[in-house]
Ligand binder design. Structure first.
Ligand code: ZN
Length: 287
């Protein structure tokens, strides 16, 4: 039995260096909280990914008056489990997706479809000219970096959450890579047809969905049973996904907790390497 089983309350634990911050709001364990400006964007390679990894956090964030957006990258067209669904699965999943996230309090207009073809994301890396009729075209261009940059500028989230780079599905790996570089495109002056640049690069956390984190997570979110029950019900909205019951089972057994790992970008500053080459750290070489 974990002690959270008896708590039935909201708890955030954030590990920072040797420090363990505990609080009942995310604000109370955050150093860079921006009050009414806080806005979260969950990036979901497939429609059901972020409810699995962040279905508690997205409910709790709204209790702290944070607006929550869901960006769904693919159209779900390869997610059929029987032949008769082949032509209708995208539409079915779209309806299931609205039901799922609306049941967690997210407004329909905050659920954004990028509509890239499921399982074919490798063809949509980067940015390219496009036919304006194409549904993934924005500003006369297509590609993942084009869409991500556009939506980052339009919504200007303060924090973003996406599945870890460790997930095996290539769609997850590609989204991870293309999204991270898009953060910097969005904060720069390039591609002005995609909107005004964002003031600052949002904080980014990875969430656990299928595979474990590449490095241990540093934020644990624990929710009351009622919030957990809503998450489980929301996952079950994806009725067309026949494997969903087994995923619900895993989520239920794991308890009402979610884990997140902050992504830190290490930029190159040559000066940081200077000292390591100084003679005080080494024994002399004698030839
Ligand atoms: Zn997925």
């Amino acid at each position: 039995m974990h002690d959270h089983d008896s708590k039935d309350s909201i708890e955030y634990v954030r590990l920072v260096g040797g420090e363990r911050r505990v609080g009942s709001t995310l604000e109370s364990v955050s150093n860079h909280w921006r009050g009414g400006k806080e806005c979260f964007m969950f990036i979901s390679p497939h429609d059901d990914d972020v409810v699995l990894g962040g279905g508690l956090l997205m409910q709790l964030a709204q209790k702290e008056n944070v607006s929550v957006y869901i960006l769904i990258v693919t159209d779900g067209s390869m997610g059929y489990c029987n032949e008769s669904q082949k032509d209708t699965i995208s539409k079915v999943r779209m309806e299931e997706t609205y039901k799922c996230y609306e049941s967690l309090g997210i407004a329909r207009e905050n659920i954004i479809w990028l509509s890239f073809p499921d399982c074919r994301l490798s063809k949509y890396r980067g940015r390219d000219h496009s036919d304006k009729q194409d549904k993934i075209s924005i500003g006369g261009y297509c590609g993942l970096q084009n869409s991500f940059t556009y939506w980052l500028r339009k919504i200007a989230p303060t924090q973003c959450f996406l599945p870890t780079s460790n997930d095996l599905h290539p769609d997850h790996k590609i989204v991870h890579e293309e999204f991270l570089i898009s953060l910097f495109h969005a904060a720069g002056n390039i591609w002005p047809e995609l909107g005004a640049k964002i003031e600052r690069v949002p904080y980014v956390h990875e969430m656990g969905v299928y595979c474990d984190f590449p490095e241990p997570p540093q934020l644990r979110v624990t929710a009351p049973e009622s919030i957990m029950a809503k998450k489980l019900e929301a996952i079950l909205m994806f009725k067309s996904q026949e494997q969903i019951e087994s995923l619900v089972d895993i989520v239920r057994k794991s308890g009402p907790c979610e884990y997140f790992r902050p992504l830190e970008f290490k930029f190159y500053h040559p000066a940081t390497h200077y000292d390591a080459f100084e003679k005080k750290h080494h024994i002399p070489f004698i030839k």
